[in-house]
Design a protein. Structure first.
Length: 348
């Protein structure tokens, strides 16, 4: 039999007293909110079960969690959101919950149709994974009367609970690295206003540019998808600057965009990183051999999924609970797609 987790076990892991753990888990005063949340998360992770007298006729409650995602994000056999969904499923099972995935077509999004899993009463809570258009995101929030959380996107209104990657500061970290490698002309690949994640990464790019005294040129900004549908087209997008206006490096909003840029640059006779350096975001590509060469910022999808499931289960047990927005830090990964071309560009 697995060992029963005690309050003392949790206390030892966090370096606090068992009394502090007891107060945190029972909702008593005398514990900071930050420490209370740490204790609750660790208790869940370790499988702590509060010792209470069993209620007659009642067993351990399990829930079915619906996960809603736009079809455009799952068009490829292997996509970033398939990996996120796998993490969500595994984290849900560890909490005695089950997941149900529904893919929303662009037409359903445009027409404002609720997911069938909701209208047919098949789920008890909903995770919205990835961005939808602002109107549809609001429509979902206003018409889904179930515990609800956003994952890897931010809603247009303050009342949305969400778990996201620290997109802006992650992008800022990557672009700072490009300046450290001597690049003073850095472009951005990503269609602004297409998703909240792209916009936040663009803001991180702008923050680093301003702090290094770089004036962003309009022709350095390369769209990678249609703003309305979110669909990418190799021919319609990725329009490169002319030779005289070509930056020495590009920060791409995701690794997929970086992969396409490698091919696009090659079509125009440029080599990566000999002629143009590239950096991405996500640390995810379907082809692991290609991914191995892209400097990037790895998103901690496992922690994002774990936190989202934890918050949603809490909301199911306490209907008035609100978590706000959690930002999960990732990890910068240096690879071969960026070449040093000079001394570091200093902050202004």
């Amino acid at each position: 039999m697995p060992k029963t987790v005690k309050l003392a076990d949790i206390a030892q892991r966090l370096g606090v007293s068992a009394v502090t753990v007891s107060k945190a888990l029972s909702g008593q005063k005398g514990v900071s909110e930050e420490m209370r949340e740490k204790i609750k998360l660790l208790a869940d992770e370790m499988g702590y079960v509060k010792s209470v007298a069993p209620e007659k006729g009642k067993g351990h409650k399990s829930y079915t969690i619906g996960i809603v995602v736009a079809k455009r994000y799952l068009d490829e056999v292997q996509s970033f959101y398939w990996r996120v969904y796998q993490d969500l499923s595994q984290c849900a099972v560890s909490r005695n919950c089950f997941t149900m995935l529904e893919v929303v077509s662009y037409e359903d999004e445009r027409q404002g149709n609720l997911p069938k899993m909701v209208t047919e009463g098949k789920v008890e809570a909903v995770i919205v994974m990835g961005s939808f258009k602002v109107e549809y995101a609001r429509f979902l929030r206003q018409n889904i009367n179930l515990p609800f959380i956003l994952l890897d996107t931010l809603g247009p209104d303050a009342e949305f609970d969400a778990v996201v990657s620290n997109n802006m500061m992650g992008a800022y970290r990557v672009v700072n690295y490009l300046f450290q490698m001597g690049h003073s002309k850095i472009g951005f690949v990503g269609t602004r206003l297409a998703t909240a994640s792209i916009d936040d990464r663009y803001f991180g790019y702008l923050k680093s540019a301003m702090e290094h005294g770089m004036e962003v040129q309009p022709h350095w900004l390369v769209d990678d998808r249609d703003r309305d549908t979110g669909m990418g087209d190799y021919q319609a997008h990725y329009r490169l600057p002319d030779k005289d206006g070509m930056p020495t490096a590009f920060f791409c909003n995701c690794d997929k965009a970086a992969e396409v840029m490698v091919h696009k640059l090659s079509d125009y006779g440029y080599r990566v990183p000999e002629d143009v350096s590239l950096a991405g975001f996500d640390n995810y590509l379907a082809d692991p051999l290609f991914q191995a060469g892209i400097t990037t910022y790895a998103i901690n999808t496992r922690e994002m999924a774990r936190r989202a499931v934890h918050i949603l289960v809490h909301k199911l047990r306490e209907p008035d609970y609100s978590a706000g927005v959690y930002m999960i830090d990732g990890t910068f990964i240096e690879r071969e797609s960026v070449r040093r071309i000079g001394p570091p560009i200093p902050f202004v």
